[in-house]
Design a protein around this ligand. Structure first.
Ligand SMILES: *Cc1c(COP(=O)(O)O)cnc(C)c1O
Length: 239
């Protein structure tokens, strides 16, 4: 597995997607999804220039955190239990998977306690798959309004996990909906915000190995690529 070559390929594909869409490729951050992968593989990606890593388990972040360079930005992209927030609140750069008021409340409480501001994304189950976490497109507005009012939290944008598909075009509709939701809910609120802060960039975390090029065309600012960088995952090996 040539991790550096894979990263170069993903970058090239994103450049091409952005060119097609008239976007700036520097507005798309590649998050190397390193779940189940050994520290040596992450170090290889780091040496190839990668600084953003995505993990879906609290324990795995804890295990890897001290063994890798301190300038890595860790992204929590998996379902997060409220009782585990305290372990990662001062370790992760961003939590992508906030899908309930209860979780937002706990993140706020722990962030204040640790003296940090937690950057979060709200996870929306745009395709309304039974098996997936995330709020639905109706609930996300209420969740946004609640989370945005909490201390210690910065709501940076939205995230979705689109259905598994062999034809990425079938997921384009979901990426379009997520971008539209971000405009309807977050942009509007920031425009009405009289705090005097400049408008921040709104993050859209969408697209995985099978469909990140379509996601980049539709406005993703973060793509989460695992298999395309590190190869297939072997869940039978515990590391
Ligand atoms: C595993 C995972 C990914 C990466 O999936 P690949 O298909 O291997 O790129 C992206 N996002 C989330 C939330 C994941 O759990």
């Amino acid at each position: 597995m040539d991790i550096a070559a894979n990263i170069a390929q993903v970058e090239e594909n994103i450049n091409a997607a952005c060119e097609r869409a008239g976007r700036n490729a520097s507005d798309v951050t590649i998050i190397a999804v390193s779940k189940t992968k050994p520290v040596s593989a992450l170090q290889e990606a780091y040496d190839a220039g990668c600084r953003d890593f995505g993990e879906n388990k609290v324990q795995e972040i804890m295990d890897k955190y001290d063994k890798l360079p301190g300038d890595i930005r860790w992204h929590m992209i998996g379902h997060l239990q409220t009782n585990k927030v305290k372990y990662i609140i001062d370790k992760v750069y961003m939590i992508h998977s906030v899908d309930s008021i209860k979780l937002a409340d706990v993140i706020s409480k722990e962030a204040v306690k640790h003296g940090v501001t937690a950057k979060i994304l709200l996870e929306v189950n745009v395709a309304e798959e039974e098996s997936k976490f995330g709020t639905d497109s109706e609930e996300v507005r209420a969740l946004y309004e609640h989370a945005a009012s909490l201390p210690g939290i910065e709501v940076c944008g939205l995230m979705t996990v689109a259905p598994y598909t062999v034809d990425p075009e079938t997921n384009r509709q979901y990426f379009v909906v997520l971008r539209q939701l971000s405009v309807d809910i977050i942009r509007q609120n920031k425009d009405n915000d009289n705090s005097g802060h400049p408008l921040d960039k709104i993050e859209l975390s969408m697209g995985m190995t099978g469909d990140y090029q379509v996601a980049a065309e539709e406005g993703a600012t973060m793509v989460r690529v695992g298999t395309g960088i590190f190869g297939e995952r072997d869940y039978s090996v515990t590391n």
